[in-house]
Design a protein around this ligand. Structure first.
Ligand code: HEM
Length: 450
């Protein structure tokens, strides 16, 4: 038992990163002061310089953009209006695709988003890249600062993560591979922004891995240049001195609460940590040595391509040394407020799925500028955030259809009164009865006078 415990509490110190690395690079650096909180976590070291080397070698020589086969579509992006863009898509016989349209930063075309989603599903089937696509979407979103009003300075889901300067942030180590995977889809659909594509890929990956349907909306506008990327250090560290405080500091800055922190952490039910990227985890375990996808890494769960609640069960029991528990994962069962949700999710997958879907949708909207402002919903369905079926006759007696803005306004007014355009407003029966009694009493008294 004692031996088992010592295995589980094994901590290997990682070489300190160079001063040039940001605060985020403490991902690679279980700090001495974190030992107390991290004692129950398994932390394995990798050379931080190796991680940096690996990143550098993946980059193009471009000072601003990661350049792939068809990087022409990534050139300067003036702020086109929605009406200026084209939805033309060209496929070549070689199977590589290129955009004919001018590059654009405006919002996405719904039909192209739907086609892109099908392509993402195919990509997932062949590459098993669900986890890294989820991480890509999260890292574009996670730079959001609710205290900054201006777009894009506030960060968030604006596609800035496509630029080299941001991909080079230590916390984003390895994400260049995710961008490489979806760049051909970006090239194929000129009418889809990076900001939307990152979020579409992430939500599709969750759903395809067996997770809940996420009530997504689209229409995110892209930033147009690397000068619009957020500064380094906005994403969380995995091994800070006080993990629970750190999680609150970072996620509260994004406008997220304790429940959302715990639910979103459940995304670690997918994927692996790789020492050569983040510095965390072991190079391989019995669950990862054969892939699927690129073998290796240290997963949080046994079936790391299946989205379920096993992350919470596994980090609670910490029974298996081949499964990873970061200090920030362990904090979910150590902090009293986080623990309430973590326990619930370990027991009740349905609640986890419901809370996760809501939190993921919220995360995917952080900092985004939507065009149109209310966003675009791709599918109608019970789990969609889209408002209920719109019945024009309930809004207007005339033949002319009302504008979307007017419909929204009317719907909001109905909802303010506790109703909806498609449901009758709640009746105050008590008041009605009182009125009838009053009228009857009045009539009776009139008749009595005759
Ligand atoms: C709570 C704070 C978080 C910390 C400290 C954290 C840290 C990490 C670290 C160190 C890795 C390993 C990266 C690598 O070596 O390749 C990782 C991977 C991952 N993270 Fe997080 N993460 C956090 C929250 C989240 C959230 C909110 C999501 C999604 C909603 C998420 C999704 C993922 C996924 C899917 C992977 C696996 C990537 C892969 O297999 O390539 N993480 N995270």
């Amino acid at each position: 038992m004692a031996e088992r415990l010592s295995q589980l509490t094994q901590i290997v110190k990682v070489p300190s990163p160079s001063p040039s690395q940001s605060q985020s690079s403490s991902l690679k650096r279980p700090m001495a002061s974190s030992l107390g909180t991290a004692a129950s976590s398994r932390i394995f070291a990798a050379s931080s310089s190796k991680a940096r080397l690996c990143l550098r070698s993946s980059y193009s020589s471009s000072p601003s953009l990661i350049s792939f086969s068809s990087s022409k579509s990534l050139a300067l992006c003036p702020p086109f209006s929605r009406h200026q863009r084209t939805s033309a898509v060209n496929g070549t016989s070689s199977g590589r695709f290129s955009t004919v349209a001018s590059p654009k930063c405006a919002a996405s075309d719904p039909d192209q988003l739907k086609s892109a989603r099908e392509d993402i599903k195919e990509l997932l089937k062949s590459k098993f890249c669900h986890p890294i696509l989820v991480r890509l979407g999260w890292h574009d979103a996670g730079t959001y600062n609710k205290n900054i009003e201006e777009w894009p300075q506030r960060g968030g889901t604006n596609g800035s993560l496509r630029f080299e300067v941001e991909l080079k942030h230590a916390a984003n180590a390895g994400l260049v591979n995710a961008l490489k995977l979806i760049q051909p889809i970006k090239d194929k659909y000129s009418g889809v922004t990076y900001a939307d594509l990152f979020q579409l890929a992430s939500a599709t990956a969750i759903e395809e891995a067996g997770g809940p349907k996420i009530p997504m909306k689209y229409g995110r506008v892209d930033v147009s240049g690397p000068n619009e990327c957020p500064e380094e250090g906005r994403l969380p560290d995995a091994g800070p001195p006080s993990p629970a405080d750190h999680l609150r500091e970072v996620f509260y800055r994004m406008g997220l609460n304790d429940k959302e922190i715990v639910a979103l952490s459940g995304a670690h039910t997918l994927g692996r940590s790789r020492p050569e990227r983040s510095g965390w985890g072991r190079p391989e375990t019995k669950y990862t040595k054969d892939g699927p996808g690129a073998p290796g890494g240290h997963s949080w769960t046994v079936q790391w391509l299946k989205f379920d609640n096993s992350y919470f069960k596994d980090i609670k029991t910490k029974k298996d040394e081949d499964l990873l528990v970061l200090p920030t994962d362990a904090a979910l069962f150590e902090d009293p407020s986080f623990k309430v949700y973590a326990e619930k999710y370990a027991e009740d997958q349905e609640t986890f799925f419901k809370d996760y879907a809501e939190a993921h949708a919220k995360l995917s909207n952080l900092g985004a500028k939507f065009d149109p402002p209310e966003g675009v919903v791709l599918d109608a369905g019970p789990t969609q955030a889209a408002p209920e079926k719109f019945v024009a006759s309930k809004y207007s007696t005339g033949k002319r259809e009302l504008s979307e803005a007017m419909k929204q306004k009317i719907r909001a007014e109905y909802e303010g009164l506790g109703g909806s355009p498609d449901k009758p407003l709640p009746t105050n029966y008590f008041l009605n009865i009182m009125i009838i009694i009053g009228v009857l009493a009045f009539l009776t008294s009139l008749m009595g006078n005759y």
